[in-house]
Design a protein around this ligand. Structure first.
Ligand SMILES: [Zn+2]
Length: 334
C-alpha cells in the first residue's frame, strides 16, 4: 500500500520550533536519571544503554494496522525491549480492508498472522487485537475504545507507550487519528478512580506517564532515538508485513523484472532474500522514504544528529513537581 506523498525536505517541526518548546517536554528528571542528557538544539538524543535501565517496566506498543510500528517506530521498540522493558502489542483495527486475500475473512486472518510475526520479531510478549473495522474507526463511539484501552493500561500496569501522535499536523487515515486520540485520553484517565470505576473491582488505577509519539508527514520532534543497532530488526519486522505496505517479496519481484529485461541492481544482491531485505532497508527506510512513509530517511535523520540510523518522536515524559525541592531549600523553622 503506497503511502501518501508529502512535501519533502525538513519535515521535523522541532527544527523550526523555539528550543524552549522542545525543552519544555524534554527537560525532565526522568531524562536525567535515564542518562538521556545528550542534547542538540533542544532535542534530546536518546542513545542505547546496555545496562537494562528499563528492567521491570512495561511498554505498550500500539498500532492501528500491522505495518504502522514496523514502518515508523520498530527500531525504538527493539531498543526499549533490549533495554529491559516487557512489551505488549495492541492493534486496534482488524486490518480487513487491506492486504492479500479474496475474502474479508482471508484478509483478516492473513493480517493477523503478520501482526503476530511482527510481535515475535520485536520481542513483544503478547498481542491484543481490538479488531475494529479497518478504515472505519471514525464511526465508533470513542468511549468504547477508551474503556478497553484504560482496562489494558490498568491490567498491564503500562509505564510507557508508543503510538501515533494525537497532536500531529496531518493524518489522512481515520484509524490512525482515532486511535491516537483515544490512547492519549485513556492513558491519563486510567489513573483516575472516578473513570470506569467498575473496572477497579479487578484492576487498580494506573496512569501511563511516558509517551513516544510518531507521525507521518509534518511532525513535532523533541526526541531522536539512535536505532543503528536495531535497524535490521526494524527491516525484518517490515518484511514480515506481507499483506500490506512495502514488505513481503517486493525486492525479489523487482530483481526478477529487471533480470527479464537483462538488467540488475547491485543493491538487490544475488538472491531473493537479500533483494527483499535491501529493498526495505535501502529504498523504504532511506532512498525512497518520503514516497513510502511520508517522512525523512532514517539514515539522513541519523546523519543530521551524528548517528547511524535514527527515528524521530514527539516525546512526553513524567511531569515532576518542583515544590518538594523548593520546600527543602527554603523552608525555615518557626
Ligand atoms: Zn496504518
Amino acid at each position: 500500500m503506497k503511502r501518501r506523498k508529502f512535501i519533502s525536505g525538513n519535515l521535523a517541526l522541532g527544527a523550526v520550533l523555539p528550543g524552549a518548546y522542545a525543552m519544555g517536554f524534554a527537560d525532565t528528571g526522568n531524562d536525567r536519571k535515564a542518562g538521556k542528557e545528550n542534547e542538540e538544539n533542544g532535542i534530546i538524543i536518546e542513545k542505547v544503554n546496555d545496562d537494562l535501565p528499563h528492567k521491570g517496566k512495561v511498554l505498550a506498543v500500539i498500532q492501528p494496522h500491522n505495518d504502522d510500528i514496523p514502518l515508523f517506530a520498530a527500531g525504538t521498540v527493539a531498543k526499549l525491549i533490549y533495554e529491559g522493558y516487557t512489551g505488549y502489542l495492541i492493534r486496534t483495527s482488524n486490518d480487513e480492508a487491506a492486504g492479500k486475500g479474496d475474502t474479508m475473512g482471508e484478509r483478516v486472518l492473513n493480517n493477523e498472522k503478520d501482526n503476530d510475526e511482527v510481535a515475535r520479531i520485536l520481542g513483544l510478549k503478547k498481542v491484543y487485537s481490538l479488531d475494529y473495522r479497518n478504515h472505519r474507526m471514525d464511526e465508533y463511539n470513542v468511549q468504547d475504545i477508551k474503556a478497553r484501552l484504560i482496562f489494558l493500561f490498568r491490567l498491564l500496569k503500562v509505564d510507557t507507550l508508543i503510538c501515533y501522535d494525537p497532536w500531529s499536523q496531518y493524518e489522512e487515515n481515520p484509524d490512525h487519528y482515532v486511535t491516537a486520540k483515544a490512547v492519549e485520553a485513556a492513558r491519563w484517565m486510567a489513573g483516575m478512580h472516578t473513570d470506569y470505576p467498575e473496572q477497579l473491582e479487578v484492576v487498580e488505577p494506573h496512569t501511563v506517564k511516558e509517551m513516544y509519539y510518531y507521525a507521518r508527514g509534518p511532525q513535532i520532534v523533541n526526541r531522536v532515538v539512535d536505532i543503528s543497532k536495531f535497524i535490521d530488526i526494524k527491516v525484518r519486522s517490515t518484511i514480515a508485513c506481507r499483506t500490506q505496505g512495502p514488505g513481503g517479496d517486493n525486492g525479489a519481484i523487482l530483481r526478477k523484472s529487471l533480470a527479464d529485461k537483462g538488467k540488475k541492481l547491485s543493491l538487490l544482491g544475488n538472491d531473493d532474500e537479500t533483494a527483499n531485505f535491501n529493498y526495505i532497508k535501502q529504498f523504504v527506510m532511506d532512498i525512497d522514504s518520503e514516497y513510502w512513509r511520508g517522512i525523512r530517511s532514517d539514515k539522513k535523520t541519523g546523519e543530521k544528529y551524528g548517528l547511524g540510523w535514527a527515528e524521530c518522536f514527539h516525546y512526553i515524559g513524567p511531569q515532576i513537581s518542583r515544590i518538594e525541592g523548593y520546600i527543602e531549600e527554603n523552608a525555615v523553622p518557626v
